[in-house]
Design a protein around this ligand. Structure first.
Ligand SMILES: Nc1ncnc2c1ncn2[C@@H]1O[C@H](COP(=O)(O)OP(=O)(O)OP(=O)(O)O)[C@@H](O)[C@H]1O
Length: 881
């Protein structure tokens, strides 16, 4: 302030209390307060948002300033100096300006200044300024991040009052300093250990105070599009559920209800005030019991455990299939929570008659969209977490189930502690979050985008001292954990914001251009004005000289008037020109802006048209695809029909072929039978011949004794003839054998052909069957059913294929009874042929001896034999066979 007056003047003029103030505090004003604030706070600078918020309550401050107590108190607390008071109470400032100056000074003095200011307001009793105090409380303590340079998890301590029996048995072991936000506990060696937190709530703190101070700002932030989390941590029986939900049902009322009820009421109440926005609420409640996740809004009997999945886009975890209930009013939301918490797992323990045996997470998702679309849409998420309490094994639960629950609770809390410890020393190790369901689900509020606050509940009794120390250690770690809250804009909205920002930039550029043009225009005007004034001066000088030179001949005033007239005219011309120029420029800028807007609108329109076109194309493509699928289905059906027809044809054909094969086999059997009979005849003949030959031989032998062989020439000739005959006979027999062979071969070929046809028919059946299988998904593989030991006929048309494959091979079929045993018949024929073969030399021998005998009988007419007839009969018999 340039026109700042001295402190004495201000004291006199502005504030009648200066006297006492000067005498009391002038000399010992604090060093920090005396300085201009550059070296004052070791705390973070207050951001504009908070200052603005405070400015809104300026009227309250004005009122207090007028009451005159505030500055006194601030001076007394040494957060401002006399110089500051002078500045604030400057006589030229009205009350509002004074308040503004004070609000500029306070942020520079840090959090202590705000605390003092708050207290100063509390000291004044004249008016209701609870709103302002709450506002200051928020600035100083909760959720605003003002106390620290970076945003960190806000940690507050709530001390539970001693209960009836505890009061009788012992004294509390905790000391709480709410001013210094400090908790002290005794150490083993009679010392005292102190912990400082963002806020400390003593035993007598009400539920409303807790909510207003530290939960309400977070709930408000959620309505702005931030994520928020309030988590209760502490040993069993320390008051976590009481803080989060309230006491048991019978004691639950407006005064005692916990954070969840109040948060829901505030959310819906404040959402009604946001009339330009469409706000939707989605509520879900889950519990983590023995490391499994359950949806508490699902009836207990049908409640499955839910999987925890990882979102690959941000490596955060979520419970899959968790139901989100769309809620339109606070009562419905409260009902959902009430019912869910009633089905949460809890039981009476040694420490707590209603001890929660699971961690509970109550989640509200708030979707916020601007009705006009002029502001960006957002999504805020609020997590309200009531953890199960840590407990010492065996002390709290003695049964097996209780011990198991306790072990799981302790284990998950241990993992949470570990994660918090790592985060407090900026050593984030993502794999550690995976160690328990609790840390997985809390990852999003511990590491990232969330305004997170921990309420650490402690039990002041002496027997809980060890657990209290552990809880305070945990709280100390937690308050060092950094979070990065930011508004969650929806993607489309972000694009819009970008466009709006671009337009803003363009507008600014145009403004700058306009300014620079104006400057140059001003320069020109000045120059021309200077010229004009020069002209004027010259004219004046000329006029004066003229007047002095010829006072008598000129009317000086008239001349001056004339000159002035001309100067004014010139200036007016110039102004008119300038106005024209400005008007032109204004028009240009206007055109430019409207062109930009048009372009933007066009882009948006084009985009929406493009999207509509794409949607249309997608619909057309889908229709086409559906049609194709339909025609394909039709085709498959037709093919199935055809296959069925083919199969029935093949079956018919196979039956016919089988029939003809049966006929052929019958014929062959007859043939074989005939051959068998012929063989039998031959065998009989052979026997007879043998018999006869033996007797003839005996005769011959007798004859031979009586004659000289060597001289008998005719005998030699006869022998030769016999030999020739024998050769002929041999040829004849060979020919017959050949005929037999060919006949057998032909029979075999016909059998082979029949078999080949049958195999081909079977192949056809198989192929059809395969086709049929490929088109009929419910077809049963016959082989597999055979392997399984069952012969299931997959369908009526493929009986053959269903009987298996191995005995359908041609070799087997040739010999098998099913194949009518053609192979056996062939073998039998061959065997008989082989049997017959040795008979031929005997027959030859017979003929030879018969010839010989004939010859001999010719030589000795007394022994004539009917050789020829017998030989003829024999060859005829062979020929017949
Ligand atoms: N601030 C308080 N004022 C009055 N009573 C309280 C307060 N805090 C807790 N209590 C009472 O103490 C008892 C234990 O509280 P609560 O059930 O909330 O503990 P808890 O930490 O949730 O225990 P657990 O982990 O076993 O579930 C309850 O009877 C509750 O009403």
């Amino acid at each position: 302030m340039d026109n700042r007056t001295s402190s004495e003047e201000v004291s006199v003029k502005a504030d009648p209390r200066t006297e006492s103030r000067s005498s009391l505090y002038e000399d010992d004003a604090p060093q920090s307060a005396r300085s201009d604030g550059a070296d004052t706070p070791d705390v973070g600078e207050m951001d504009n948002e908070h200052v603005d918020r405070l400015r809104l309550t300026r009227d309250h401050i004005v009122m207090r300033l007028q009451a005159g107590h505030v500055l006194d108190h601030l001076l007394h607390e040494r957060v401002i100096s006399d110089r500051d008071v002078d500045e604030i109470m400057d006589p030229e400032n009205d009350a509002k300006q004074s308040a503004s100056v004070l609000l500029e000074i306070l942020p520079r003095r840090g959090a202590r200044a705000f605390k003092a200011f708050r207290d100063s307001l509390l000291l004044c009793e004249a008016a209701d300024y609870s709103d302002l105090v709450t506002e200051l409380d928020r600035v100083v303590v909760g959720g605003t991040g003002m106390l620290q340079k970076d945003d960190r998890i806000q940690v507050v301590i709530r001390v539970r009052p001693l209960r009836g029996e505890e009061k009788e048995q012992e004294q509390g072991c905790l000391t709480v300093d709410t001013r210094l936000m400090q908790v002290s506990i005794p150490t083993k060696n009679d010392g005292v250990q102190q912990f400082i937190f963002n806020k400390v709530f003593p035993e007598e703190t009400t539920q409303a105070e807790i909510f207003n101070t530290m939960a309400s700002p977070i709930v408000d932030a959620v309505l702005e599009g931030y994520n928020g989390c309030i988590l209760c941590y502490g040993k069993t029986g320390s008051g976590k559920t009481y803080t989060m939900a309230g006491p048991s049902d019978r004691d639950l009322n407006e005064k005692t209800e916990g954070i969840i009820y109040r948060a829901l009421k505030q959310l819906f109440l404040k959402s009604q005030k946001k009339q330009d926005w469409n706000i939707a609420f989605f509520v879900s409640v889950l519990e983590i019991y023995n490391e499994k996740v359950f949806d508490l809004t699902v009836p207990r009997k049908e409640r499955p455990s839910l999987d925890i999945r990882e979102d690959p886009s941000n490596s955060l975890f979520f419970a899959n299939n968790l139901e989100k209930h769309n809620i339109t009013n606070a009562m419905d939301a409260i009902r959902v929570f009430f019912e869910a918490s009633a089905s949460r797992r809890s039981r009476a323990t040694e420490v707590n008659e209603r001890s929660s045996r699971s961690h509970m997470v109550f989640q509200v998702v708030v979707s916020i969209l601007h009705k006009e679309g002029t502001e960006s849409g957002r999504t805020g998420e609020l997590y309200l977490v009531d953890l199960a309490g840590s407990e010492t094994a065996g002390e709290v639960n003695k049964d097996a189930e209780g011990l198991r629950e306790g072990a799981n609770i302790n284990m998950s809390l241990l993992h949470l502690k570990e994660v918090i410890r790592d985060l407090s020393v900026k050593n984030r190790q993502d794999f550690k979050f995976r160690r328990s369901s609790l840390t997985m689900l809390l990852k999003r509020v511990l590491t990232g985008n969330s305004k997170t606050a921990f309420i650490v509940n402690v039990d002041p009794s002496k027997k809980s001292l060890r657990d209290t120390r552990r809880s305070l250690d945990f709280a100390s770690d937690a308050k060092k954990v950094k979070v990065k809250p930011k508004i969650n804009y929806s993607p489309l909205e972000s694009l819009l914001i970008k466009y709006l920002k671009d337009i803003g930039d363009l507008k600014r550029q145009i403004k700058t251009m306009k300014k620079s043009r104006k400057k140059s225009a001003d320069g020109k005007r000045l120059r021309s004005a200077k010229k004009t004034s020069d002209v004027g001066t010259e004219a004046e000088v000329d006029t004066a000289s003229l007047a002095s030179e010829s006072k008598e001949s000129f009317d000086v005033d008239k001349v001056r008037e004339l000159v002035n007239f001309s100067v004014t005219n010139t200036a007016q011309d110039f102004r008119a020109k300038l106005d024209g120029l400005l008007e032109e420029e204004r028009r240009e800028i206007k055109d430019e802006i409207s062109a930009q807007l048009k372009g933007f609108q066009q882009t948006v329109q084009e985009k929406s048209e493009q999207e509509a076109q794409q949607a249309k194309e997608t619909v057309v493509a889908t229709d086409k695809l559906l049609e194709e699928v339909h025609s394909k289905q039709q085709q498959v059906l037709e093919e199935q029909q055809q296959t069925r027809q083919l199969l029935s044809d093949i079956k018919e054909r196979t039956a016919e072929e089988q029939h003809s094969r049966d006929d052929t086999s019958g014929q062959l059997n007859d043939h074989v039978q005939q051959m068998n009979m012929a063989m039998e005849d031959l065998r009989t003949l052979n026997r007879e011949l043998k018999h006869e030959m033996e007797s003839h031989l005996e005769n011959i032998r007798q004859d031979m004794k009586n004659r000289d062989d060597t001289t008998d020439k005719s005998y030699q000739d006869e022998l030769k003839k016999l030999q020739t005959n024998y050769t002929d006979l041999k040829i004849e027999i060979n020919f017959l054998a050949q005929a037999f062979k060919e006949q057998a071969k032909a029979a075999e070929e016909s059998r082979a052909q029949a078999e080949a046809e049958r195999t081909a028919a079977e192949g056809d059946i198989e192929t059809s069957q395969l086709n049929h299988e490929s088109k009929t998904p419910q077809h049963i593989d016959p082989l597999s059913s055979l392997e399984a030991g069952t012969e299931t006929s997959c369908c009526e048309c493929c009986e053959v294929c269903c009987t298996g494959t191995w005995y359908r091979r041609p070799g087997y079929a040739w010999f098998s009874v099913r194949g009518k045993g053609a192979g056996w018949v062939t073998l039998l024929v061959m065997f008989h042929l082989l049997l017959c073969l040795p008979i031929f030399p005997i027959i030859l021998f017979y003929f030879y001896t018969r010839r010989y005998y004939q010859e001999t009988s010719r030589l000795h007419p007394t022994e004539e034999l009917p050789v020829k007839e017998e030989g003829e009969t024999m060859s005829r018999a062979i020929q017949d066979s």
